[in-house]
Ligand binder design. Structure first.
Ligand SMILES: [Zn+2]
Length: 349
């Protein structure tokens, strides 16, 4: 009996200590959200009512199929909000995954920009009853150039031949906010970064920023429609937010320091190309001499190893030579598959 009592006392004491410890630090900072471990096509609840789906991608391994954009979806009290529309085929796969997590209707889908892997699935989401939201420049580019680009892309994609391009339903200038007593999502435009019409989705309650291609994790930056100087400023704007987790348009979710890596890539690229121009080098010579070991450490790919990265050097070169009218880019198709060819820069169309 004595033994039993002392055991109870020990349990009580342990319990007391636990309670004491939690009462002791009422103002302790809540722990940041964990960075989820994910394999391709995995879906994980990354915060209460917030799910992330990691789409397959590789900058240099053609055996890995390109699964389009990543997705985040947020389950509100009465409906679901989804970040990015992807291609039609992948949109259907994502809808199947969403339905495994909630029975609520999908009400809004954000196109983070007008590129096919983020917007061509609009038609599939609309059939689910969703309204498509985008920044006004993304809506404009999809309207002005989407039909022709869709037609070109449909030559290589059956899901496009089986569907039709669906335009944006609701467009916004700086911000578009959705809020109820369970969730809060703010769609934000920071300026011209990856395209003229990029929007991020910020979840202030969970300190999550879904960036679309305005910030990607890996060698997935396509700069053909970008304004690299403005992009750096946009990333600085994002850095002002309280962020635990970045959910990028491509690549794995990670911490806030991803914004600094992206900034470093664009800054060092601009500086190296500027130096080359000052030394009267050709773009080929500049490209050949480029080597950022830190970039390979981050992405696993050399800074000019892929066609897309080589295209990025050419884009920055053209920008610094004054050959690009930033108000008019975004009119040429972006590559639908990573590594599918050199980047395209079209001016004055
Ligand atoms: Zn894109």
């Amino acid at each position: 009996m004595l033994k039993r009592l002392s055991l109870l006392a020990a349990v009580g004491l342990a319990f007391g200590v636990v309670v004491y410890a939690s009462v002791d630090k009422p103002d302790a900072e809540p722990k940041p959200l964990p960075v989820p471990e994910l394999k391709f096509n995995d879906v994980k609840e990354i915060a209460p009512g917030v799910f992330f789906r990691y789409s397959s991608i590789s900058a240099n391994d053609p055996k890995i199929p390109f699964g389009g954009s990543n997705h985040t979806w947020v389950v509100f009290k009465d409906y679901v909000v989804v970040v990015d529309a992807n291609f039609p085929k992948e949109a259907a796969d994502v809808i199947t995954d969403i339905k495994k997590t909630t029975k609520k209707p999908i009400k809004y889908v954000l196109d983070t920009h007008h590129h096919g892997d983020h917007a061509y699935g609009n038609t599939v989401w609309a059939k689910e009853g969703a309204k498509i939201i985008a920044h006004k420049n993304a809506a404009r580019l999809l309207k002005a150039n989407g039909p022709k680009q869709w037609e070109d892309a449909a030559k290589d994609r059956k899901d496009l031949r089986d569907n039709e391009l669906k335009q944006v339903d609701i467009s916004f200038d700086d911000k578009y906010e959705l809020k109820d007593d369970t969730q809060h999502v703010i769609f934000m435009h920071f300026g011209h970064s990856h395209t003229a019409g990029d929007a991020c989705a910020y979840l202030p309650k969970h300190k999550i920023l879904c960036t679309g291609d305005a910030c990607v994790n890996g060698a997935f930056n396509y700069m053909g429609h970008s304004n690299s100087a403005s992009w750096i400023k946009c990333l600085e704007g994002m850095e002002k937010l309280e962020i635990d987790l970045i959910c990028p348009g491509h690549g794995k979710p990670t911490r806030k320091d991803l914004l600094a890596k992206e900034k470093r890539y664009f800054s060092e690229l601009r500086a190296a190309v500027k130096k080359g121009i000052d030394e009267k080098k050709t773009v080929e010579e500049i490209t050949k001499g480029l080597d950022f070991p830190w970039y390979k450490e981050w992405t696993g790919v050399g800074v000019v190893e892929t066609d897309m990265n080589k295209g990025n050097v050419k884009h920055v070169y053209d920008e610094l030579m004054g050959k690009i009218d930033h108000d008019r880019i975004g009119t040429a198709p972006a590559p639908l598959n990573l590594g599918a060819g050199p980047n395209t820069t079209v001016v004055g169309r």
